[in-house]
Design a protein around this ligand. Structure first.
Ligand SMILES: *Cc1c(COP(=O)(O)O)cnc(C)c1O
Length: 357
């Protein structure tokens, strides 16, 4: 079976070298030296003010909402992974959905203002498939209405917009380092805070049960990550540039072979992209289902990512989002990862093209 995603692994020896020190100093978790090294390397690699390393990208979202003390309604995108919505509900806020743009599949900034009420405290938007939201318009609206902005940048490791890391936009950006993401630490996540030291301190407290030393200040949680996870990140950082190059190459191969045969999300101008997935958009759900099963028959896995549209989840207040509902029924991700063989990408691309005719 050709997998839709295959996690990247560094050399075994390279990883074991990195974890050797753990047997010398018995420091396994709780902001150990490898975690600190990873945080500092990520900070300079990404060119951001800080990266708070946490257990996963979902807790990163929870901590972001908590650190900003958000209440009431949070305007959010219906086209994302389920964690974007569940983190809002988990933090006792209500998700209010605003439909997406048909080209980038990110939240439609022109529809945000109509959804703002007295209760609105923030906008939580996803740079879906690593494609930046319209960060300028969103910032303008947020300033005007005194709202906070959080970006779920789980897909956006290494993405730059106008020469700056996309993580440096918004009040807080969160990222996932899950095994299936462009850069991973097996499990893991990061919080990039753009609001200054007070919020940095709060995030550090929240990550560690809400206390420091003997000072119990806040209701926190355990969102720390281990030395073993950090070591995987340090090893994988050595490969990130070459992996991004490979992804870019394969992405272009797919594009070349599929040509105009199928719709794809549009990457905005002035974006340095990171090629995290290869989503294609069918004309109908039936066409998607037909081709997905034809691919399976040929031992090629594909993934419906994302479905359902989050406004249709059984535990949220339904609000109609026609575009998100339509796209979520029609989008399919083809096998895509740095070590995918070129010949496999070409084969998959030509099979899909043939099946479309
Ligand atoms: C992967 C992902 C998350 C959650 O990250 P985990 O590290 O798996 O908890 C959140 N949002 C989006 C958009 C994701 O793709």
């Amino acid at each position: 079976m050709l997998l839709v995603n295959k996690p990247f692994l560094p050399g075994k020896l390279e990883y074991s070298k990195l974890i050797e020190s753990i047997w010398d100093n018995f420091w396994l978790t709780n902001q150990g030296p490898l975690v600190k090294e990873l945080e500092s390397k990520l900070k300079s690699h990404l060119g951001v003010q800080n990266v708070h390393y946490v257990s996963n990208g979902t807790l990163a979202l929870n901590l972001a909402i908590k650190a900003l003390d958000l209440k009431g309604e949070i305007i959010t995108t219906p086209f994302s992974f389920v964690a974007t919505t569940t983190s809002v509900i988990w933090e006792n806020c209500n998700p209010v959905y605003v439909d997406i743009l048909p080209d980038t599949l990110c939240i439609n900034p022109n529809k945000i203002e109509a959804a703002i009420t007295e209760e609105t405290s923030a906008i939580l938007a996803t740079h879906v498939y690593g494609i930046p939201c319209d960060v300028e318009k969103i910032e303008q609206i947020a300033k005007k209405h005194n709202l906070k902005v959080i970006y779920d940048a789980a897909h956006a490791f290494g993405v730059q917009y106008k020469g700056k890391s996309i993580l440096s936009y918004g009040d807080i950006s969160t990222i996932s380092f899950h095994a299936t993401k462009v850069f991973h630490t097996v499990e893991g996540g990061g919080i990039v805070n753009n609001l200054g030291p007070e919020i940095d301190d709060k995030i550090k407290l929240l990550r560690n049960f809400g206390f420091e030393g003997e000072d119990y200040q806040l209701v926190g949680i355990n969102a720390k990550n281990s030395e073993f996870h950090a070591a995987m990140g340090l090893a994988n950082l050595n490969y990130i540039e070459s992996n991004l190059e490979k992804r870019k190459y394969l992405f272009r191969k797919y594009n070349e072979i599929l040509g105009n045969a199928i719709e794809r999300p549009a990457i905005r101008n002035e974006v340095k992209y990171n090629y995290p997935y290869y989503p294609i958009i069918f004309k109908s759900e039936n066409e998607l289902l037909r081709i997905k099963s034809e691919l399976e028959y040929r031992e090629i896995q594909s993934r419906r990512y994302f479905t359902p549209s989050l406004n249709e989840l059984p535990y949220v207040t339904y609000k109609k989002c026609p575009l998100s509902e339509s796209y979520s029924k029609r989008v399919l991700c083809l096998p895509f990862y740095a070590d995918l063989k070129e010949e496999d990408a070409l084969k998959i691309g030509s099979i899909v093209k043939e099946l479309l005719q």
